[in-house]
Design a protein around this ligand. Structure first.
Ligand code: COA
Length: 370
C-alpha cells in the first residue's frame, strides 16, 4: 500500500540554504542567523540583502542596495492606470497579484536578471499597496520619497506621515520576521512554478495567490476580524466556546511545523506591547489577546503563530484589515525570490505522484455519431 503524505506533511522535497528551524532551539534561522536577533538589531533592507546574498551587507554594499531600492519605487503610468481600473471592492491581494503580473508582462523578454527583478519588486510592491489603500478610501496617491528608507517611505505613501519609533520598530520587526520561512505553501508554489522554467514574475504571482488564503498569510486579517467580533476581553470565553462548538478554527493559532510555539512570536509580541500599551484601543486589544491566548491553550493546547500578533499590530498602525496580507507580501517577496533563484540554480521539475481513487478502467459507451 502506497504511503500518502496528505498536504505533503513531513515530506522533505529538496534542500535549501536559505532558512531552517533550528532543531535544538526551535528558532528560525535566516542564513544561520536567528530571525528574532536580526529583528532586534537589523533593518529590513539588511535582512533582504542577507536573504538574497547569503551574508549581511557591509556599509558600502548596504548603501548601494538601498539606493537601488529607492530608485525603483515609482510605478509605470500603465500600471497606475490598470490599478485605477480594478473594482474598488476587490481584495487588495488581487490588486498586488495583478500588479506583479502586469510588471511581468511589461518586463523585456530575455532580460533575465532575477536578482535585479527581485529588488525591483521589493521597491514597487509597497507603492502598489499604498496606492490601493488610498484609492479604496477615496484619497489621492502620494508619490514615493527617495529621501526616506523603506518603512518610513511606506508610511509616508500610505498616510502622508511617518509614525513614532514604536510603530516603526513594530513594523520593521514584522517585516523581518515575515521575510522567509522555508517550504511553506506560497514559497513551494513559487518553487513549483520556477521548476517548469517559467519566469520570476509568474512564480511570484502564483505565490501571492497562495498566500492570500486564511490558512496561510490571510490569517492576519482573520485574526483581526475575530478580535473585532469579540470586542472586549469579557467576551472571549463565550466567543471561543461558540466558535469551537461550530467546528470553526481559531485563526492565528497552530502551525504545520511549530508544535510547541512559533519562534517569531516573542519578538513580535514585545514590539506589539510597546506599541499597544500607549493607547486605550491598544490596551483593549491586548486584553483580548491575552485572554484568548490563554483560553485557546487551555481548550486545544494550541499556541499562537506570528499572524496572531501582526493582526492587532497592523490595526494599531492604522492599516485597514484587507491591507494586512499585502503587508506580508512586502516582506515575503524576499524569501520567495531567493527560493526561485535557488531552485533555478539546481533545478528539478516538481511533479509528485498521486494515488488514484477513481473509477476502474471501463469501456466508453457508444455515443451519437459525430
Ligand atoms: N483552531 C482550532 N483547531 C485547530 C487549529 C486552530 N487554529 N489548528 C489546528 N487545530 C486542530 C485541528 O482541528 C485538528 O484537530 P483534529 O485532529 O481533532 O481534527 C488538529 O488541530 C490538527 O490540525 P491540522 O489543521 O490538521 O494541522 P495542520 O498542521 O495541517 O495545520 C494550520 C496547520 C496552520 C493549517 C492550522 O493550525 C490552522 O488552520 N490554523 C489557523 C490558520 C492560521 O493561523 N494560519 C497561519 C499559519 S502561520
Amino acid at each position: 500500500m502506497t504511503e500518502i503524505h496528505r498536504g505533503l506533511a513531513g515530506v522533505v522535497a529538496d534542500t535549501t540554504a536559505i532558512s531552517v528551524i533550528d532543531e535544538d532551539t526551535g528558532i528560525l534561522l535566516y542564513r544561520g542567523y536567528p530571525a528574532p536577533d536580526l529583528a532586534a538589531s537589523r533593518s529590513f533592507e539588511e535582512v533582504a540583502y542577507l536573504i538574497w546574498h547569503g551574508e549581511l551587507p557591509d556599509a558600502r554594499q548596504l548603501q548601494a542596495f538601498a539606493q537601488a531600492e529607492r530608485s525603483q519605487r515609482q510605478l509605470p503610468a500603465g500600471l497606475t492606470q490598470v490599478i485605477a481600473g480594478l473594482p474598488l471592492g476587490c481584495h487588495p491581494m488581487d490588486v498586488v497579484r495583478t500588479a506583479v503580473s502586469w510588471l511581468g508582462a511589461a518586463h523585456p523578454a530575455g532580460a533575465e536578471d532575477n536578482l535585479a527583478t527581485s529588488i525591483d519588486l521589493m521597491a514597487k510592491i509597497p507603492t502598489v499597496i499604498a496606492l490601493d489603500q488610498r484609492r479604496r478610501h477615496g484619497l489621492r496617491p502620494v508619490a514615493p520619497d527617495a529621501g526616506l528608507s523603506f518603512s518610513p517611505n511606506f508610511f509616508h505613501m500610505c498616510f502622508e506621515a511617518v509614525p513614532g519609533p514604536d510603530a516603526l520598530r513594530c513594523f520593521e520587526t514584522s517585516l523581518v520576521l515575515y521575510a522567509e520561512h522555508g517550504f511553506n505553501a506560497s514559497t513551494f508554489t513559487a518553487r513549483t512554478i520556477a521548476s517548469t522554467l517559467s519566469d520570476l514574475h509568474s512564480a511570484v504571482t502564483g505565490a501571492i495567490g497562495a498566500l492570500k488564503g486564511p490558512l496561510h498569510g490571510g490569517a492576519n486579517e482573520a485574526v483581526m476580524a475575530a478580535f473585532q467580533e469579540i470586542g472586549s476581553a469579557e467576551r472571549v470565553a463565550p466567543w471561543l466556546s461558540e466558535t469551537l462548538s461550530a467546528g470553526r478554527k481559531i485563526m492565528g493559532f497552530g502551525h504545520r511545523v511549530y508544535k510547541h510555539g512559533d519562534s517569531r512570536v516573542p519578538a513580535m509580541h514585545a514590539a506589539l506591547m510597546a506599541l499597544a500599551s500607549g493607547s486605550e484601543d491598544g490596551r483593549r486589544l491586548l486584553g483580548i489577546y491575552e485572554r484568548l491566548e490563554e483560553a485557546v491553550h487551555q481548550a486545544k493546547g494550541l499556541y499562537p503563530n506570528v499572524d496572531y500578533v501582526t493582526g492587532p499590530a497592523y490595526h494599531l498602525m492604522g492599516f485597514d484589515t484587507p491591507t494586512f496580507t499585502p503587508l506580508f507580501v512586502m516582506s515575503r517577496i524576499t524569501g520567495w525570490t531567493a527560493h526561485v533563484m535557488e531552485q533555478l540554480a539546481d533545478n528539478a521539475l516538481i511533479r509528485p505522484l498521486s494515488s488514484y481513487t477513481g473509477h476502474p478502467r471501463r469501456a466508453v459507451p457508444a455515443g451519437q455519431a459525430r
